[in-house]
Design a protein around this ligand. Structure first.
Ligand code: NAP
Length: 278
């Protein structure tokens, strides 16, 4: 049997936890495949992906800074990639290079798993951030029927999302008012990430029943999640999103039924804890 090979393409890419996640599934599912790191400069990336099979790969993940280039270079895109404007997963379909976006799948699968019943009737979601993660979250929440409000430091970026997805855009000054009616609060800014400033919002006005979700997963419990947990909110961390999104590509390249097991989560958690500055 030929060994199917996939890779994560980025620059830099050495920090990626994708080889650990896919390696775990290949091993536990007994699939004869390989998942590798591929550090590619912006100059090298187009030639590499347009001859993916010739380079020995059946597909892969795309990370910073190549997601927009991948979007332009693929022959076909899935609905999520089309809507979001970025491709982070590549695969071959009848020889054609296809691109998808796994973050929307990961975002919503994690929310479904960790906060069952979050989608109450008339659910209102408040998404902080309008970058790549914010776009994925807004798209996923909107598709599930939530009324979505998006807040961003650069309000024009929130307004672009509002126009694209039919949601409402605001600046950070609207947060206290919006929190009163919010059922799901999501941080998709990079605030709270290790080495970045904290996200400073007062959760005081937030509905007690609200779910609080932070897509940042380094540290595993951000300041936002710690504050929400202390107030008794259900909380969802970003590690589950990272793990859940990986299954999307794995199924396309290797088949099988990759599951986010407690063992996999514990393995990646231990790696994050070991590498996060105290
Ligand atoms: P991005 O495209 O660079 O967007 C960054 C966002 O953060 C923008 O909305 C930006 O606002 C906002 N921001 C940055 N600094 C800020 C500040 N000082 N004050 C207020 N807002 C600020 O990044 P991204 O790809 O969306 O990633 C965002 C975070 O999500 C990262 O920490 C990343 O690690 C995490 N993430 C997690 C997963 C997962 O699987 N769990 C997946 C993707 C991303 P402006 O528009 O005003 O600059």
């Amino acid at each position: 049997m030929t060994l199917r090979r996939a890779c994560v393409m980025g620059h830099p890419v050495a920090h990626s936890r994708s080889p650990m996640i896919h390696g775990y599934w290949l091993k536990t599912l007994g699939i004869p495949g390989a998942y590798e790191l591929k550090d590619l400069t912006a100059e090298a990336f187009p030639a590499f992906i347009t001859n993916l099979a010739g380079n020995g790969y059946v597909g892969g993940n795309v990370t910073v800074p190549h997601k927009e280039a991948a979007f332009r270079l693929v022959a076909g895109r899935d609905e999520a990639a089309e809507a979001i404007g970025a491709v982070n997963t590549l695969w071959l379909e009848n020889g054609r290079l296809m691109g998808g976006n796994s973050d929307t799948h990961g975002f919503i699968a994690n929310l479904d798993e960790r906060a069952r019943g979050w989608d109450v009737p008339g659910c209102r979601a408040l998404v902080l951030g309008a970058g790549g993660a914010g776009r994925s979250a807004v798209y996923a929440l909107k598709r599930r029927g939530a009324e979505v409000h998006v807040v961003n430091r650069t309000v024009s970026r929130a307004q672009d999302l509002a126009a694209r997805f039919g949601v409402r855009a605001h600046g950070f000054d609207a947060v206290p008012r919006l929190l009163r009616d919010t059922d799901v609060l999501v941080n998709c800014t990079s605030l709270g990430l290790a080495g970045k400033p904290p996200l400073q919002i007062d959760l005081g006005p937030l509905k007690p029943s609200a779910v609080v979700y932070d897509v940042v997963y380094v540290p595993l419990e951000t300041g936002l999640l710690a504050a929400a947990r202390k107030r008794g909110h259900r909380t969802v961390d970003g590690l589950g999103m990272l793990l859940q999104q990986a299954g999307f590509g794995f199924r396309k390249w290797f088949g099988g039924n990759p599951k986010v097991t407690p063992e996999l989560r514990a393995m990646v958690e231990a790696d994050i804890v070991a590498k996060t500055p105290k």
